[in-house]
Design a protein around this ligand. Structure first.
Ligand SMILES: C[S@@+](CC[C@H](N)C(=O)[O-])C[C@H]1O[C@@H](n2cnc3c(N)ncnc32)[C@H](O)[C@@H]1O
Length: 236
């Protein structure tokens, strides 16, 4: 009886935690185009991985991108690095359809997609010390003060990111929002498992293609800030 009560209590706590979890994304409107819908229906069964906390991801070497949007940069990076497995995590189904379309067009075999909240995916499906790199390109900036707690690059998630990195692994973030860039610099610098690879903001990494959000920023003459951190655990 005591055991039953304990289990019920645990279930209740788990449920409240789920309700309280702060989301780093807002639902994005827009209907899938017919091509995105076709690609999603035909290709997700092949390139998608179902969200399942009981099934850890087993890809090695593994680079994870959270919030790939329409996935153009994801596809280009994967094309240039065929020996690396890329896991794109996104909640925006139009973008997922678009990336699947690109995967087929480019004949890519090294991208997998999870359609779910990246925070939950990392917490439940990604083993510690298993990731070579994280790409966070133009994460939602949440500019209003009362929304800042929704920013992806903030504690405690920065600790989770650090814990998932392998020795020598990296985290690469780019944003066009200065206040977010400054707060991310502070948060990442404070994460015990991470070290800034540069003294301050990073120079653009030559291998990173321009993303859709970056194109918008550049068209409006807005600068872009880059942050490049590495796992403090050194390669032996
Ligand atoms: C501002 S857009 C940037 C998209 C793309 N990286 C680019 O640069 O064009 C941010 C994207 O991150 C996604 N996103 C935000 N938080 C997420 C999360 N916790 N899990 C998965 N996707 C997320 C949103 O759905 C959105 O598509």
């Amino acid at each position: 009886m005591e055991k039953m009560e304990k289990m019920e209590k645990m279930e209740k706590i788990e449920k409240t935690e789920k309700i309280k979890r702060i989301k780093s994304y807002a639902p994005r409107g827009g209907r899938m185009s017919p091509a995105q819908r076709r690609s999603y229906d035909a290709l997700f069964p092949r390139y998608g991985i179902a969200f399942d906390p009981q099934q850890p991801v087993s890809l090695d070497p593994l680079v994870i991108e959270i919030g790939f949007g329409m996935g153009a940069a994801t596809a280009e990076i994967a094309l240039s690095n065929p020996a690396v497995n890329y896991l794109g995590i996104e909640v925006y189904r139009c973008g997922i359809g678009r990336l699947l379309w690109e995967i087929e067009r480019m004949g890519l075999e090294n991208i997998r997609i999870i359609e779910h909240d990246g925070v939950e995916v990392l917490e439940t499906m990604i083993a510690d010390r298993s990731v070579e790199g994280f790409h966070l390109f133009f994460p939602d900036p949440w500019p209003k003060k009362r929304h800042r707690k929704r920013r992806l690059v903030s504690r405690p998630f920065t600790d989770t990111l650090a814990a998932k990195l392998k020795a020598g692994g990296y985290l690469y973030m780019v944003t066009d929002w200065e206040d977010y860039a400054q707060s991310a610099l502070r948060e990442l610098s404070a994460a015990p498992g991470l070290a800034n690879a540069y003294d301050d903001f990073a120079p653009p990494q030559a291998w990173r293609p321009c993303t859709a959000f970056e194109q918008k920023a550049r068209a409006q003459n807005r600068p872009v800030w880059e942050l490049f951190f590495q796992s403090k655990i050194l390669l032996s």
